[in-house]
Design a protein around this ligand. Structure first.
Ligand code: ASP
Length: 310
């Protein structure tokens, strides 16, 4: 994967997904060491180009790069020439002329990482674009499920919430179906994209039916910033119908796990109790995100220096 972009899960085959997950498992050990640093990416430069606020993804990429000894630069949009009306692509080209080895891009508009990748020499990793894809989130979710359940093939995964506006849902649908899981999506009809079955998933408007016998329940955040309004009557109604608590979780398998990409609206998508305790694995997802992003940076930007070079 050296030098290649990672723009979405849609274009990743099963072999590539498995390679990334296996590499991430090897990276996990480094995070348990006393000195959490290896020289793998020494001399490499990773640029975090985030045009949309992010806590966990940006920090996670920064820690991942630093654990591999890369120089990580956070490009801050407000302090940049973008606020002086420089075009997005000019900014990207300017950064590219500084020869980074990987550029991580997040933008509120779907397709921007692709546009930037088209003009950059450096490989681009999509850290979330609009309602399109969030590939690194889906990969860390697959890693978490694999480690919890010992497999992905043959599992049932229910994704609950605003499927239509969720890049996390879309990337996870591609990933889990490609690895042989059954994926169900559930939410109010206004939050289900039309013809979602084309993606190989079954849609439900009843939480009870969607959860029946599933191994994994993934709750999504209600994305107020991406809603045009009028999509659901009230937060209270949403939470009483689709918010997960222990009572509703009984519809799933007794050993089902609960996931959430964060940030959680407590008491809306998840009860306080479930947000903090097993069977939810939210902090494992965050922890796995670092190892997963280390794996990607290594696979994409980690070519070895020639031995005789200083
Ligand atoms: N953090 C995830 C994202 O950036 C999920 C969310 O914000 O709802 O898409």
């Amino acid at each position: 994967m050296i030098g290649q972009d990672l723009l979405g899960i849609e274009s990743l085959d099963r072999e590539r997904i498995e390679l990334i997950l296996e590499t991430a498992e090897k990276m996990q050990e480094i995070g348990t060491r006393d000195v959490k640093k290896v020289p793998t990416l020494r001399g490499r430069t990773v640029v975090n180009l985030f045009f949309e606020p992010s806590t966990r993804t940006q920090t996670s990429f920064e820690i991942a790069g630093k654990r591999l000894a890369a120089d990580v630069v956070n490009f801050s949009v407000s302090s940049s020439s973008l606020s002086k009306a420089e075009s997005l692509l000019d900014t990207a080209k300017t950064l590219d002329a500084m020869d980074p080895d990987a550029v991580i891009v997040r933008h509120k508009v779907a397709g921007v990482p692709q546009r930037i990748a088209d003009v950059l020499d450096a490989p681009v990793i999509n850290a979330g674009d609009g309602a399109h894809e969030h590939p690194t989130q889906a990969l860390l979710d697959m890693l978490t499920v694999y480690q919890e359940k010992g497999r992905i093939e043959g599992l049932s995964v229910a994704i609950i919430g605003d499927i239509a506006h969720s890049r996390v849902a879309r990337s996870n649908i591609y990933g889990f179906t490609r690895l042989g899981a059954e994926v169900r999506v559930a939410g109010p009809p206004t939050m289900l994209p039309p013809q979602v079955d084309v993606l190989g998933v079954k849609a439900y408007t009843s939480l009870r039916e969607a959860l029946d016998g599933v191994d994994v329940v993934m709750a999504l955040r209600i994305q107020n910033e991406r809603l045009g309004g009028g999509i659901f009557p009230s937060v209270r109604e949403y939470s009483s119908t689709f918010g997960l608590d222990r009572a509703k979780l009984r519809f799933a398998r007794p050993d089902a796990i609960v996931m959430h990409p964060g940030p959680v609206n407590r008491g809306v998508e998840l009860s306080h109790d479930l947000a903090d305790h097993r069977p939810s694995v939210i902090l494992d997802q965050v922890r796995n995100g670092v190892a997963l992003r280390m794996a990607l940076l290594y696979l994409i930007a980690g070519r070895d220096f020639p031995q005789d070079q200083e």
